[in-house]
Design a protein around this ligand. Sequence first.
Ligand SMILES: [Ca+2]
Ligand SMILES: [Ca+2]
Ligand SMILES: [Ca+2]
Length: 727
Amino acid sequence: MPNRPVLLPIAPGSIAAALLLCSSLPAQAAEAPTGQTIQVPGAWESNAPAIAGRHDGFAWYRAWLMPHDGFFTKHERNLFEESVTFNIRELADAHELFVNGSKVGAGGKFPPGFESGRAGNHRHKIPPGLLRKGEWNEVSIRVYNHSGPGGFLGEAPFVMDYFNECVLEGEWEFRPDDDGARFLGGARTNRPARATFDRYHESHRVLGEAAQFVHGEKLPPAESLKALQPHREFIVEQLLAEPLVAQPTHLSFDERGRLWVAQYRQYPYPAGLKMLSRDKYYRAHYDKVPPPPPHHDRGRDLISIHEDTDGDGRFDRHKVFVEGLNIANAALPGRGGVWVMHTPYLLFYPDANRDDVPDGPPAVHLAGFGLEDTHSVANGLVWGLDGWLYGAQGSTTSSRVTRPGLDPPDAPGVHFEGCMVWRYHPGTRAYEIFAEGSGNTFGLEIDAEGRLYSGHNGGETRGWHYVQGGYYLKQGVDPGKFGPSRNPYTFGELPVMRPTNSIQRFSHFFAVAEGTAMPSGFDGKLFALDPVHSVVIAVERLARGSAFETRDIGPVLSSADSGFRPVFIVNAPDGSLLIADFYEHYIAHGQHYQSQIDPTTGRIYRLRGKDAMLERDVNLGRKNTAQLVELLNHPNKWHRHTAVRLLGERKDTSARRPLKKLLADGTVHAPLCALWSLYQAGWLDETTLRSALKHTDTNVRHWAVRFAGDQWGTHPGLGLPGTPSRR
Ligand SMILES: [Ca+2]
Ligand SMILES: [Ca+2]
Ligand SMILES: [Ca+2]
């Protein structure tokens, strides 16, 4: 190792040092000749006046860092090695950072062309391979002070990986000159005499968006498309990409068949908020509850609309419905406007005249969703077949949900900590928790029978199938993270969908493919998204009692470009599946919080059968009531479920009789869709419900039970022998 630095701690001027220097080492390996030190943080004028005096211009700092062993932990795609960053704030005025003699980052610019880098968070990634395990690694900082106090004016710099941090607060070596060659050597095996740092704790330093995004490698959209490999029975098309679309986290469709995209470009740091504290799970507390739009802190999130006006299957008209949003990750049209999950609020943007311009500021329907961790905030808006709006909440947030304008100002709200599924009725304004627990749920899927599902952020399952009132994974995993169950009398938890094969971590989300443009043999299969491995996997559902097991069929879409990060999938009006690709080199939230992210990229793909025809009659907004009733047996799930929603919204009484007839003697999907429509329209009377409870279709009976409970409440004598029925 010819360029290895000094092997022994040496005193300046010692014979040993002289010998070492003469024999094999470059001059820069020497100690600072004056042996000067300075306290960090602190302005150098006041901190070390004897050394620095009233000094503007260049100076150098140096310290010695023993890396945490965790910095070298091998993991898939180097999750932990790729997470090591050196953090500098309020260093006056411009700086360059060197680790073991290699420049790893800069803040501001040195003269000529001086620019201050004092403001902002400078988070410099230390590339894997640069740090030396078990050695004292040299950290050197060249600083230019333009005027006024110089040096670290705020806090000491710190180094962190995913979980651990070391704050380099204390004595550093210091040179009030620009003779940096003397501060650029390399790691040492023996502990230097001073300026050494080796104490780590679980990371909790407050963070914020860095002045520099580190996006890693990336391909332009066309190149990335070429790297996609669909299964032989499928074709994949790129429908949208940056700059029109970036960071798509949620796709939905209005009744005209147009695509709505929530673009989560502000993630992970909310705009306008100052982090006061956080824990190792990246659960943060901020300095205030952000106000809702329109008087909000403007962020980069936006909601866009994409339309195919000429029916060629390609979006050709693009609009931005609303922009400047701040932590908005889902948008769902319906009931005369658009519902937007904008943590901490569920917003409704009215657009009664359907001109794609909000008729006014949004109504705040719900408030109090937690903002602790933006990778697990409330998300996944979807219309249930009962007419309720369903959403999820992830693992590392809590919520205390109230209904502004309805609940008293001091109402305690509905409190919950961790993963769950909630629902909200836009008409009655009822809010409730539908199912408790799961695994950082991000996205909700509803199948042809109205069952509710999500993915999971762990391995060995494709995800969750939720039943009303179900308790799922929560307690017992890590009480410090999830907290106990709310109900001490539970008989345990309902299981995940058990797999019949091993499953690697993880299936972020899936859709049940029930469109007309799927190849035969794939109808009803789960299409699971694994963003870590850049693959979409087809999965068979196996009915097991009242639950499901799964068996993987295999990949249907994979990519040689690891930037392909599928995060959302949905059945489209044309019968295909649309897939939202976050497009990131790094896909772990810990890295995103370190600003290793590219908020300017994202793509949307269409996956369909190679020989499939796309459905073109997708504007249900033009259908009359009789036509909507006919659609209840359409082979495309989107048509059926959208028709149910529209019948429920319109409440055109001419539909009542045909719906009751379909419930009684319809075939295939029609009885169930008729039951849903009747319930949503408010026409499910007791006589109709009683007959539905005896229907030959299991799913009709199941939903009749649910509706009976939702409409009339749980029977006081339910399950008790000899208790007479209530009329
Ligand atoms: Ca078109
Ligand atoms: Ca409007
Ligand atoms: Ca991206």
